[in-house]
Design a protein around this ligand. Structure first.
Ligand code: ZN
Ligand code: ZN
Length: 323
């Protein structure tokens, strides 16, 4: 955590109370992140070759991720007032709060407080995931739960995906985190099919509304093999594994005869690769938006990686007038 958070916080709140808020919420956040990390590590083993995990082996990860979700919600709440996370809040002393000996609120109360204190209204789908995990955790811990290993892995994947969103949306910027502490999760789980499916389905819906490269050059991330790139200025950013690829580098790699790419006149941060020559005229195409200058002679519609003269815009993004 960055010092700025202390400075900013101290400027408009009574010093002692605010520094206690920050201390308690920072501790809760660290705990939430390490609980989530242990669930990630256990789930990641599924991605290893020849590995098999039984439901019994996976159950501790369900418990970890369910607890991580509850604790990250409390970390956010404590930042606005440490007493807010405790039951019988007016009776809790600072010593009890710091020692962790006072009872804290449950998850439903936490979700309500997110709305009351910050106006955060979690999507219905998120609340369903959080509540389901919380119930299942209680069954695993106190009773018995018969569940198969696949269902277990899906539950853990849903919980981790939800945790990543809570962190990115409500913690990362407002806590002045120096770096995104969830940014390695996608890479660690890139071989776990349950996570790729769960997270991939959420991100597929999300990228529809975002600026993204529309060509075949970005249809598969070299790290995680998914096509979930969005544009972050002149970088293509994979939302699943957080791989970042400069658009210019891709244009350079596709420039024929080692030609240098030129900026695209159609989109803001795109680069055009030299594609072909027709009657001595250079044909260029932007590797990000697909805009072209001079139509090449061979303009085939099925993508062939070894053929340069190809309209690289993916069919679902083609405009009728560009043909
Ligand atoms: Zn990726
Ligand atoms: Zn362009």
């Amino acid at each position: 955590m960055c010092k700025m958070r202390f400075m900013e916080a101290n400027s408009h709140m009574p010093v002692n109370d605010q520094s206690l808020n920050t201390r308690i919420s920072a501790r809760l956040l660290d705990n939430a992140l390490s609980l989530c990390a242990s669930a990630v590590a256990l789930l990641a083993r599924r991605g290893e070759r020849y590995s098999f995990q039984s439901a019994e082996e996976l159950k501790p990860a369900v418990v970890s991720v369910a607890t991580a979700l509850e604790v990250i919600v409390k970390a956010k709440i404590a930042d606005s007032g440490w007493r807010q996370v405790f039951l019988y809040s007016s009776k809790v002393t600072e010593e009890e709060a710091l020692a962790g000996s006072a009872k804290t609120i449950g998850l439903p109360a936490g979700v309500k407080k997110l709305k009351a204190l910050f106006g955060i209204e979690l999507p219905a789908q998120s609340i369903t995931v959080i509540e389901r995990l919380s119930n299942i955790r209680n069954k695993i811990v106190h009773y018995h739960l018969s569940i198969d290993e696949k269902q277990c892995a899906i539950l853990i994947a849903e919980g981790i995906s939800e945790f990543v969103d809570l962190y990115k949306n409500y913690i990362f910027e407002s806590f002045y985190e120096e770096k995104d502490r969830t940014s390695d999760i996608g890479k660690e789980l890139k071989n776990v099919s349950e996570y790729i499916t769960v997270r991939g389905n959420i991100l597929k819906m999300r990228i529809e509304l975002l600026d993204k490269p529309v060509t075949y050059h970005f249809s598969e991330c070299p790290e995680c093999l998914q096509g979930l790139f969005v544009l972050d200025q002149d970088i293509a950013h994979c939302l699943l594994c957080e791989n970042r690829i400069p658009i210019k580098e891709v244009a350079e790699a596709h420039c024929e005869n080692n030609g240098a790419p030129i900026p695209c006149g159609q989109c803001e941060n795109g680069w055009m690769a030299l594609h072909d020559k027709v009657n001595d005229l250079d044909c260029w195409q932007c590797v990000s938006c697909g805009h072209y200058i001079n139509k090449p002679q061979i303009w085939i519609t099925d993508f062939k990686p070894d053929v340069y003269s190809v309209d690289s815009v993916r069919p679902e993004y083609r405009k009728p007038e560009s043909h």
